[in-house]
Design a protein around this ligand. Structure first.
Ligand code: G3P
Length: 218
């Protein structure tokens, strides 16, 4: 399973990258705003900065919601850097844009997926990735993991190339469960990625090993 970090924070991206297990980055307009990145020129430069840290796919989201606008913005984003993946919302106009980019060989990430039907049509349009929002479904008492399982089954039935990018991941168990189901990619916060490393028995065991070594080598 590929690991993407879901943030626009350059320090966090660099920290995750330095862990040696990062495959890519996802951003969205809310995450960009959270970092105080506003204005077109600053936003485009920020994407380039992210691409210069991580050698892997970096999702950059369009703001337009009409086909022509999405094509215009998406082409501009894709031209920024070879790592850019154009992130497009799951709406009817978005599907058309995904098909357009797919025909041109430009990679897309179809975002805001909340149903198996949406995942099916996005794959048919040629999306490179689809992003089902696991945590936001859990937030409204709906099993997000069950949706990912269903999408996995559908994609395997027809050998779709579209990768399932489990998004809105909140904690380490989400990551482990996504890996068990066979999600191709997960994107989550640095805290969830770092939490996978920790185990109290590892810390206690290491402390003991070092103490015993010190005793024997006094
Ligand atoms: O980038 C999209 C998605 O991962 C958002 O996550 O935590 O805002 O639901 P969250």
């Amino acid at each position: 399973m590929k690991f993407f970090i879901d943030t626009a924070n350059l320090q966090e991206i660099a920290e995750a990258n330095n862990m040696g297990i990062l495959d890519g980055v996802t951003t969205n307009p809310s995450l960009m705003a959270k970092e105080g990145i506003t204005g077109k020129a600053n936003i485009l430069q920020h994407y380039i900065n992210i691409c210069n840290i991580v050698d892997g796919p970096v999702s950059a989201e369009v703001i337009a919601t009409d086909f022509e606008g999405m094509v215009r913005e998406g082409e501009e984003l894709a031209a920024l850097h070879k790592n850019i993946v154009v992130k497009i919302p799951m709406i009817a106009e978005g599907l058309k844009a995904i098909k357009y980019f797919s025909n041109k060989g430009i990679r897309t990430n179809c975002t805001l997926i909340f149903s198996a039907g949406q995942a099916l049509v996005a794959a048919k349009a040629g999306a490179t990735y689809i992003s089902p929002f696991l945590g936001r479904l859990d937030d409204v008492s709906t099993d997000g993991l069950q949706l990912i399982e269903q999408i996995r089954l559908i994609y395997d039935n027809y050998a779709f190339d579209t990768e399932i990018l489990a998004a809105s991941v909140r904690h380490p168990m989400h990551i482990i469960n996504c890996a068990s189901i066979g999600a191709d990619v997960m994107t989550g916060p640095l805290s969830a990625i770092k939490a996978l490393v920790k185990h109290p028995l590892t810390d206690i065991g290491l402390q003991q090993f070092l103490a015993d070594h010190a005793k024997g080598n006094q």
